[in-house]
Design a protein around this ligand. Structure first.
Ligand SMILES: [Mn+2]
Length: 469
C-alpha cells in the first residue's frame, strides 16, 4: 500500500492585514499539516503550489519557516514533490524561483516542463524535470500558467506515459471551472481525460473532490471570502484503489460581521453582533454607511467594540455608499422635493427637523441676499422670536410628519441652538474688541452663520474656516 499527503496553498509569508502574527499562523498551519502527515507514516508529500505568498520579495523569516518545516520532512526520509503556484513564480519567464532554490538545497523536487519547440517532459535529474518516479509511483508536475493553462495542459497530456502497475499522479496548480470565480480556470473534463489515477490540484482555496480530481484548499484562510468552505490536506491511501481523507488543520478563528449604520446611535448594535465565542480571533467588520455618516464614525471606537474577544486584530472594511434617496411620491413641486431630500439627508444627524429652516436660509441667500431678512430669521431661530417662521405646525406645502418629530429631536435641536448662542456671544465680544460698527458686524456674522447652517456637517465645528463657494 502507498500512502501520501497532498497539501496546497500554504502561503508562507502572508502578513494578512499587515499582521506579523498572521504570517506565523500560516507557518504554524504548514508545520501542523506536515507533522500530521509524518505521524501518518506517509511515503511522500505533494505540495501543489503556493508554498509562498509572494513570488519575488522573500524575507529571512519566511524562508526560515519553509526550510525549518521541510528539513523536518527530509530528516524523516520522506520526499517532497512540489509545483510552482501563481504566488511562487512568473508564469512563462524562465527564472530561478524560490522553489528552485529549495530544490537545490535538496529540500524538495520542483516539477515543471520545459519549452523548446513545444513542451518537453523529462524525468527529474536532481536539478530539473517534469516528472519523477518512486517505487510504484510516477508523479507529473505542472506549474501555474494562468490563461495558458488549458493550452499547456493539452500539450502536456500527450506526453504522459503511464508507469505500469503503479500509481500515476498528475499535480498542477490550476483552478477548474464552477468552484470559485478566479482567473485561468479550465473545464474539469480536461483533467478527467488525463491518463493518470490521481489529479492533485492547488489554487482554489476550498476543498473539493470530483472523481479523480482532488483539491484540498488552503491550510489557512487567505481571504474572508474563503470562510465557510472546508479546507485541509488529503491523506491518500492506494492499494489498487484510492481512498482520500480530508484532514483539517486547526487554524485561526475568524469572526465576521456585517453591520449597517444609518445614524450615529446605530453603531451600538454592532456590539451585540460581536457577542460570540472565539479564541483570539481575527475580527472582520464590514461596516456599511453613507458618505455623510462616515465622518462621524471613528475607526478606533468601532474596533473597541470587539475588545471583549481579545482579538488578534480587528479589520474594518468600510462600505461607504453615496447618500441615496427614497423615491418621492405624488407631490413633485420643486419646494417639496427639496424639503424631502434635505429631510432624508438630515436623518443622518442629530439636529432634529431643521430642513425648513435650511431651505429658507438657502432661499434668502440665493435669491435676494436680503441681509436684514436673514439676520431676523437667524435671530428668530436663536432666540425664539420666530421672525420669519410661523409658530406651531408648519403651514408649508409639505406637512411635517409630527409623530416622527419626537421630543428627543427637539431637545437635540435646542442643544444645537445653545451652542450657537454661545458662539454668537463669543463673536460679539470679539467684534466689539475690534471696534467694528454694527453694520460690519452684521455682514461678517451673516457670512459665518450661512456657512454653519448650510454646511451642517460643520455646524458643531465652531473653529472651522469658511468655505469658498
Ligand atoms: Mn493560493
Amino acid at each position: 500500500m502507498i500512502r501520501f499527503a497532498h497539501i496546497a496553498d500554504v502561503h508562507l509569508g502572508y502578513r494578512q492585514y499587515g499582521s506579523e502574527e498572521r504570517a506565523i499562523d500560516f507557518a504554524q498551519a504548514f508545520m501542523r499539516a506536515i507533522k500530521k502527515a509524518l505521524e501518518s507514516k506517509v511515503d511522500f508529500i505533494l505540495i501543489a503550489g503556493d508554498i509562498f505568498h509572494r513570488k519575488s520579495e522573500m524575507d529571512p523569516l519566511t524562508l526560515t519557516q519553509a526550510i525549518k518545516v521541510l528539513e523536518k520532512v527530509k530528516k524523516a526520509g520522506v520526499p517532497v514533490f512540489a509545483v510552482e503556484g501563481n504566488h511562487d513564480s512568473a508564469y512563462f519567464k524562465e527564472t530561478f524561483s524560490w522553489l528552485d532554490y529549495l530544490a537545490q538545497q535538496g529540500l524538495l523536487v520542483n516539477l515543471k516542463p520545459r519549452f523548446e519547440d513545444g513542451i518537453v517532459v523529462e524525468e527529474w535529474d536532481g536539478k530539473s524535470g517534469a516528472y519523477a518516479d518512486l517505487d510504484c509511483v510516477r508523479i507529473y508536475g505542472m506549474k501555474y500558467y494562468g490563461s495558458m493553462t488549458e493550452k499547456v495542459l493539452e500539450m502536456y497530456s500527450k506526453k504522459i506515459r503511464r508507469m505500469k502497475n503503479g500509481l500515476n499522479i498528475f499535480m498542477a496548480h490550476a483552478g477548474i471551472e464552477g468552484y470559485v470565480k478566479i482567473h485561468g480556470c479550465v473545464p474539469s473534463t480536461k483533467f478527467h481525460r488525463l491518463n493518470v489515477d490521481y489529479v492533485a490540484l492547488g489554487h482554489i482555496h476550498r476543498s473539493f473532490v470530483e472523481g479523480k480530481i482532488h483539491n484540498p484548499g488552503s491550510l489557512e484562510v487567505c481571504d474572508v471570502s474563503e470562510l465557510g468552505f472546508d479546507r485541509g490536506f488529503f491523506l491518500v491511501d492506494w492499494d489498487g484503489e484510492l481512498k482520500a481523507e480530508l484532514i483539517r488543520v486547526p487554524a485561526r478563528d475568524f469572526v465576521v460581521v456585517t453591520h449597517e449604520v444609518r445614524k450615529e446611535s446605530d453603531v451600538k448594535g454592532l456590539k451585540e453582533k460581536l457577542s460570540v465565542r472565539a479564541k483570539e480571533p481575527v475580527v472582520y467588520i464590514n461596516l456599511k454607511c453613507s458618505r455623510s455618516m462616515r465622518k462621524f464614525l471613528d475607526e478606533e471606537v468601532v474596533k473597541s467594540y470587539a475588545s471583549h474577544l481579545s482579538p488578534l486584530l480587528v479589520k474594518v472594511r468600510w462600505e461607504v455608499t453615496d447618500d441615496s434617496f427614497r423615491p418621492l411620491t405624488s407631490d413633485v413641486s420643486r419646494e417639496s422635493i427639496e424639503l424631502k431630500i434635505l429631510a432624508q439627508l438630515l436623518e443622518n444627524y442629530d439636529y432634529g427637523r431643521i430642513e425648513e429652516e435650511v431651505v429658507k436660509l438657502k432661499n434668502a441667500f440665493s435669491t435676494s441676499f436680503d441681509v436684514k431678512r436673514v439676520d431676523e430669521f437667524i435671530d428668530g431661530l436663536l432666540f425664539g422670536r420666530h421672525a420669519d417662521r410661523p409658530t406651531g405646525k408648519s403651514t408649508g406645502s409639505w406637512d411635517r410628519e409630527t409623530d416622527r418629530e419626537d421630543s428627543k429631536d427637539r431637545s437635540k435641536n435646542k442643544d444645537m441652538k445653545d451652542v450657537k448662542t454661545k458662539e454668537k456671544d463669543r463673536k460679539e465680544i470679539e467684534y466689539s474688541r475690534a471696534g467694528k460698527t454694527r453694520t460690519e458686524r452684521k455682514e461678517i456674522r451673516t457670512e459665518h452663520e450661512e456657512e454653519e447652517v448650510w454646511d451642517w456637517r460643520k455646524a458643531y465645528d465652531t473653529g472651522g474656516k469658511t468655505r469658498k463657494r
